[in-house]
Design a protein around this ligand. Structure first.
Ligand code: NDP
Length: 452
């Protein structure tokens, strides 16, 4: 049977674009790709990239004060959201163009359309045309979810935050995960009066408890009004603002309310049910270790499969798919020991097990130090940083490395190599310190602070 394409990809985000262009460029496969929105997907258009640029923008207020402390005769001026937003969107347009060109240069046919499955080898585009393919890859990502409660339609999500006409004077951010905690820091840094509600006892559930504490402390010190064990009961519009009633019975007015209470796989109305493709927790497409669904010609990668929802992981899953299906070399993406950064202020870099998870698994030693880093300490604006290693007593392997510090994301990429290689505490110790740096503490931690 002959098909229009060897591969048809639904979704032009990080995972889909990588799989399409590697399949076409490296294996000569005939590839089509449909994207209903903007190329680049969540990461490039409304996630990692604009978020990080906003983190950079928000960090300058503190830098001016630091520069003054270092003797510079400069005064902080006002932040212009309009000026920044214009540059931000020009940058996103540029990046989208690059994504489109990458596909075209690899010989991929791209369609600006929504696609859905009609049968195991056919997709239908929103213009009504149909394309057949030997393999279909679903890489449709995820979408923010807002719980239903009175007034929930007044909330914005991370999708809208990059497009605000004006910067609000005050904002309530609801949630305690990556997105909520990152945006609390961003908004606070940009001079917005920022309140964050989290329903549990500490933000960033699932990460190392000590690290979470240091981050929360730093955020509060920086000016975020962090209210733990608090949730929204209802919201209503009042004179262009939003009146929020919370679980403590308090009422407060905010210019904007942003919900970051999780994301759901984008798998509705794709024709999956009709084909008998199984959906699991949170509506995710169920796949095996090769990203294959129950219908052998249909694969899925990235956030739509709700495995580890990170751009570099979606890219790895896409590469493993191409390796398996187009290079005849069955390869499962490796989801073990993934280093990751959370761009809170202060920033966290983490790889491996938290102290709590490691302790539940085996006997451990914990090596940790907190201190005020030189650069900010000199300027009198220091937030505590944390350098922490969780070590197996039996194998001496470093099971987890947790860093809360300026530049922690950059540091953990490198520490992640050592941890992934199975480095022991003694391997860290025999590495000479780079002095004076913050990360040198990782190789000079002499005695455990706890054993368990
Ligand atoms: P998360 O799942 O990380 O966090 C959701 C937060 O909202 C949790 O604190 C959760 O509380 C809370 N929550 C859930 N439901 C409700 C509710 N009904 N009412 C109040 N609070 C609620 O989701 P995010 O949206 O922050 O991020 C989504 C994903 O995006 C992440 O898992 C991550 O993989 C990815 N991401 C990664 C980034 C990075 O690498 N730096 C940055 C941004 C996103 P509880 O803990 O109690 O369940």
């Amino acid at each position: 049977m002959s098909f229009d394409y060897d591969l048809f990809v639904i979704g032009g985000g990080s995972g889909g674009v990588r799989a399409a262009r590697v399949a076409a460029g490296e294996t000569g496969a005939k590839v089509g790709l449909a994207e209903e929105d903007r190329y680049g997907g969540t990461c490039v258009i409304r996630g990692c990239v604009p978020k990080k640029l906003m983190v950079f923008a928000s960090e300058y207020s503190g830098m001016v004060e630091d520069a003054q402390a270092y003797g510079w005769d400069i005064t902080p001026g006002a932040f212009s959201w309009e000026a920044f937003r214009g540059k931000l969107h020009a940058e996103l347009d540029r990046l989208e163009g690059i994504y489109r060109r990458l596909l075209a240069n690899s010989g991929v046919d791209s369609f600006d359309a929504r696609a859905k499955l009609v049968d195991a080898h056919t997709v239908e585009l929103s213009d009504g045309s149909r394309k057949t393919a030997k393999h279909i890859l679903i890489a449709t990502g995820g979408w923010p979810t807002v719980p239903e409660f009175p007034g929930s339609d007044l909330a914005i999500t991370s999708n809208e935050i990059f497009n605000l006409d004006t910067l609000p004077e005050s904002i309530l951010i609801v949630g305690g995960g990556y997105i909520a905690s990152e945006f609390a820091g961003i908004m606070n840094g940009l001079g917005v009066k920022t309140t964050q509600f989290y329903r549990g006892p500490q933000i960033l559930r699932g990460f190392d408890e000590e690290a979470r504490g240091v981050i929360a402390e730093g955020m509060v010190e920086a000016g975020v009004n962090l209210r733990l064990n608090t949730n929204v009961v209802s919201m209503r519009e009042e004179g262009g603002k939003i009146r929020v009633t919370d679980t403590d019975g308090k009422e407060q007015l905010f210019d904007k309310v942003m919900y970051a209470t999780g994301r759901a796989p984008n798998a509705d109305n794709l024709g999956l049910e009709e084909l008998g493709i199984e959906r699991g927790r949170n509506g995710a497409i169920v796949v095996d270790q090769y990203s294959q669904t129950g219908v052998p010609s249909v694969y899925a990668i990235g956030d739509v499969t709700d495995r580890v929802n990170l751009t570099p992981v979606a890219i790895r899953e896409g590469m493993a798919f191409v390796e398996t299906v187009f290079k005849g070399n069955p390869t499962s993406p490796d989801h073990d020991l993934i280093p990751t950064a959370i761009f809170t202020q202060p920033e966290m870099g983490t790889v491996g097990l938290s102290e709590e998870d490691a302790r539940a698994q085996e006997e451990i030693e914990v090596y940790a130090t907190t201190f005020k880093p030189m650069q900010q300490s000199f300027a009198g604006r220091a937030q505590r940083v944390l350098m922490k290693l969780v070590v197996s007593k039996a194998s001496r392997k470093v099971l987890g490395c947790h860093i809360v510090a300026p530049g922690a994301g950059e540091m953990i990429q490198l520490a992640g190599i050592a941890v992934k290689m199975g480095a022991t505490k003694e391997d860290f110790d025999r590495t000479v310190a780079v002095h004076p740096t913050m990360s040198e503490e990782l190789v000079t931690l002499k005695t455990p602070v706890r054993t368990a």
